[in-house]
Design a protein around this ligand. Structure first.
Ligand code: AMP
Ligand code: MG
Length: 330
């Protein structure tokens, strides 16, 4: 990763970032069909693949360093593309280092706890990338749009006042600050879908039998609350985009573009963390040298003393020879 590549990624995602303190009006400020840096599909070939390879490399280092963790929160309306984004963006990384957690209607046990409890239980460990498919932000989205959800949360009267949403924004900001202060980066993506594109995707789910399972009549009912959700998203983005955990609004009407944006934001975060493979002390290096001697002494008759090194050095010799041949020919 060169400094130039890192700057290019930062420049690409900058228009998606919600500046902390900015008052967002989603419909006015963010176009679901926006193209960062004017990106066209025909010019994007290989971009996602390169992003995926980059993420795989950084994820290996993150796991090896075992100091930082990353929490990626994905929010969207139905058919916004959360599942597909996770599938594509994470396709190249080691499954051992990534955990995807989906959040549905809370269970009775979950309702018996404070509202952040179930999210805290499923946070990533150091060295891991955790993905929340829906997240603690549902607590100021679906719960706000349908206040009967709040009634089910068994809150004391004193915690149900008119200031409940402002308070939740503050609590969520504080919680994320606590996580980031302790080595866990919180990355927040809102996949911003247009109403017309949602209609198209719903119809596809009805038209294609293999997609029927993804659709429920409740989805159309929920679509009836479109404007309420846009307001709740706008307020949430205004109140919870912070210097330690900013929101990125990803234009989601084009799936290929949304995936490139998601990979770019995640890559930007990992570049910022810059995890390193641990180096070994002189003492450990001496132990390694001893172990090498023992293993080399065990080489069977006719075998290379160190097959890895033999092959590796051979390869680099072959490479040098090929270079020489090329020069001679030229
Ligand atoms: P899906 O992601 O399509 O499988 O649906 C999950 C459902 O759970 C959505 O309808 C969400 O609105 C709902 N849900 C997620 N979190 C909460 C929550 N905290 N309170 C109420 N409903 C929720
Ligand atoms: Mg659904």
């Amino acid at each position: 990763m060169t400094g130039k590549q890192a700057r290019r990624i930062a420049e690409f995602i900058e228009p998606l970032r919600v500046r902390p303190g900015r008052k967002v009006n989603l419909a006015k400020d963010f176009d679901p069909a926006f193209r960062p840096l004017g990106l066209r599909r025909k010019n994007s070939a290989g971009l996602l693949d390169r992003g995926i390879a980059l993420l795989a490399d950084y994820q290996r280092r993150l796991a090896a360093e075992n100091t930082h963790g990353v929490l990626l929160c994905l929010q969207a309306l139905d058919a916004g593309g959360k599942d597909g984004t996770i599938r594509h963006v994470m396709s190249g990384v080691n499954p051992q280092g990534v955990h995807v957690e989906g959040f549905k209607v809370p269970s009775t046990e979950e309702l018996d706890h404070d509202y952040l409890w179930r999210y805290a239980c499923r946070l990533p460990a150091r060295g891991d990338i955790g993905i929340f498919n829906r997240s603690h932000y549902e607590e100021v989205l679906v719960v706000r749009v349908h206040p009967q959800n709040l009634d089910r949360q068994k809150l004391p009267q004193s915690a149900k006042g008119a200031d409940v949403w402002e308070r939740r924004y503050r609590e969520i900001n504080d919680w994320e600050r606590y996580l980031s202060d302790n080595g866990f980066s919180v990355v927040k993506l809102f996949l911003n879908l247009s109403k017309e594109e949602q209609r198209t995707r719903f119809l596809k789910r009805i038209d294609v039998p293999e997609r029927n399972w993804k659709f429920s009549a409740a989805d159309v009912h929920e679509r009836g609350y479109w404007d309420d959700y846009q307001r709740a998203f706008s307020e949430m983005l205004s109140a919870t985009s912070t210097p330690w955990a900013p929101w990125y609004v990803v234009p989601a009407d084009r799936k290929w573009l949304a995936r490139i944006c998601a990979a770019a934001v995640l890559a930007h975060t990992l570049i910022g963390i810059d995890p390193q493979y641990p180096t070994v002390s002189d003492e450990v290096r001496r132990d390694l040298a001893e172990a090498r001697k023992e293993l080399e002494a065990e080489a069977p008759h006719g075998a290379a003393r160190d097959p890895y090194l033999a092959e590796h050095e051979g390869a680099s010799r072959d490479g040098k020879r090929a270079e020489k041949r090329k020069k001679v020919r030229a």
